[in-house]
Design a protein around this ligand. Structure first.
Ligand code: 5AD
Ligand code: SF4
Length: 444
């Protein structure tokens, strides 16, 4: 650690979009204190590792990253370990890696500037409080935004799926308030965003009182956001099947800004495994939800999460998952090998599945998912859709944006800029992206 107060910072995010959002808010906080981003992590005075604990070897990765931060002269920057590994490992981190100055949980990072000051006075700081949503009221206002922005509306989880560490690292389900969220959404749009993705570990469990004192669910919030001029697209993730309310399903049918894409993890296609996972939905109840969403929004694209090799998963259970995947035909999906998380019930279950079996199952599942994604993309060819341009492409005049169905679309459009929404005809497709040609420019 260097003793001068840090002038440059670097934040490395691991894991989910909620960490990306937290990382952005940390950056805004450091910049409001006069710090600037370091050109490279190696040169930063302050490095934040914003960690994720959801799957394998998370803690090991963090320790090896800490080792790499040591400079040639033996010194190191001020190092803060934030996020879910910090919450799970606590003070153990600075015992194992003495160069770590700060260990800060996901609900306490608004205190980082004071912690950095304390480090300057020679202290080491561990703050793992889970004080609900205090931090949001203490963070500086939102600044310049990319065309597509994240907004955390809810944190934590009460579902206690037996494999998952989130209820322990992020705490209980808690929703941010209506007025705070509408204010932040307006600020994000004023700062340049055209699209907002509402985030939460259980985003569709969001609830709160509106400005008239009426209880609202996520659909109510989405309908209020729909009225913000300048906001063109709304998305949300990650949802739990049990919180897909009538109202939220209906919103997919009649809120035009709500994009036709739903990330709804199912984890397994076997009822026996779903029960052991404590998912509290069945294969059939999950499929019925998809049908109801399809009924109000026929062009809806589905995404999901899958775990293979949960303890006790037989070949027949895995075949049930493969069958579900083929039936749904996802536009995209994430799949993981089960990883025992210390302190979770599944880590103690008998019949842990050998690695080679998990490897084999994962390969088969991923091959199916890639095939479905490729065929979904192929079916988009010839269609006309709007693309929100988000970043430059590899070639001169090329821009890359997102279709309504969250596909990456490469567009040759030298006269357009990032942040424009352009109507394109899709001309070509691959497993990971599409090509489109502008037909006419939609009002940006
Ligand atoms: N092992 C493997 N995958 C997991 N996930 C959560 N916990 C575990 C675990 N212990 C996956 C789930 C979840 C996604 C965010 O990560 O599929 O939906
Ligand atoms: Fe983890 Fe289940 Fe909660 Fe999702 S719903 S965060 S998988 S416990």
């Amino acid at each position: 650690m260097s003793t001068d107060s840090p002038k440059t910072y670097s934040i490395k995010n691991y894991g989910c979009q909620m960490n990306v959002y937290d990382g952005e808010r940390m950056a805004e906080m450091f910049e409001s204190q006069g710090m600037t981003p370091a050109d490279e992590k190696a040169n930063a005075d302050l490095v934040v590792l914003n960690t994720c604990h959801i799957r394998e070897k998370a803690a090991e990765k963090v320790y090896s990253e800490i080792g790499r931060l040591r400079r040639k002269d033996g010194s190191s920057p001020v190092i803060a370990v934030a996020g879910c590994v910090a919450q799970a490992e606590g003070g153990e981190i600075s015992r194992r890696a003495p160069e770590v100055d700060i260990v800060v949980g996901p609900q306490a990072y608004h205190n980082l500037p004071e912690m950095v000051a304390a480090v300057g006075r020679g202290e080491r700081v561990v703050d793992l409080d889970l004080p609900g949503l205090d931090k949001f009221g203490k963070l500086p206002a939102r600044r310049k935004q990319a065309p597509s922005a994240f907004l955390t509306v809810q944190e934590g989880c009460d579902k206690f799926c037996t494999y998952c560490v989130v209820p322990y690292t992020r705490g209980a389900e808690i929703s941010r308030s209506w007025s705070e969220l509408l204010d932040e959404a307006k600020a994000i749009v004023d700062a340049g965003a055209k699209e907002i993705t509402l985030l939460g570990q259980n985003v569709n469990a969001w609830d709160g009182e509106d400005d008239k004192g009426q209880m609202q669910g996520l659909d109510g919030l989405i309908r209020a956001l729909d009225k913000i001029p300048g906001l063109r697209r709304i998305r949300y993730m990650t949802s739990h099947p049990n919180d897909m309310t009538e109202g939220l399903i209906a919103a997919h049918g009649d809120v035009e800004k709500l994009m036709p894409f739903l990330h709804l993890p199912v984890q397994s296609g076997s009822d026996r495994i779903l029960k052991a996972m404590n998912r509290s939905h069945s294969r059939d109840s999950y499929m019925r939800i998809l049908d109801r969403v399809r009924a109000v929004r026929p062009d809806i694209a589905f995404s999901g999460d899958f775990i293979v090799g949960f303890p006790g998963e037989t070949d027949a259970d895995f075949e049930d998952t493969m069958r579900l995947v083929r039936e749904v035909g996802h536009a995209q999906a994430y799949s993981f090998k089960y990883s025992p998380r210390p302190g979770t019930p599944a880590a103690e279950m008998p019949d842990q599945i050998p690695m080679h079996v998990m490897d084999e199952r994962l390969q088969r599942l991923q091959a199916q998912i890639v095939a479905d994604q490729t065929s979904f993309n192929e079916r988009t060819v010839g269609r006309t859709c709007d693309v929100l341009l988000e970043r430059p492409g590899k070639f001169t005049g090329q821009l890359i944006g997102k279709s309504p169905w969250l596909q990456s679309v490469h567009v040759l459009a030298p006269d357009l800029s990032i942040g424009n929404i352009v109507t394109v005809q899709i001309t070509d497709s691959g497993p990971l992206s599409l090509k489109g040609e502008p037909t006419m420019r939609a009002a940006a």
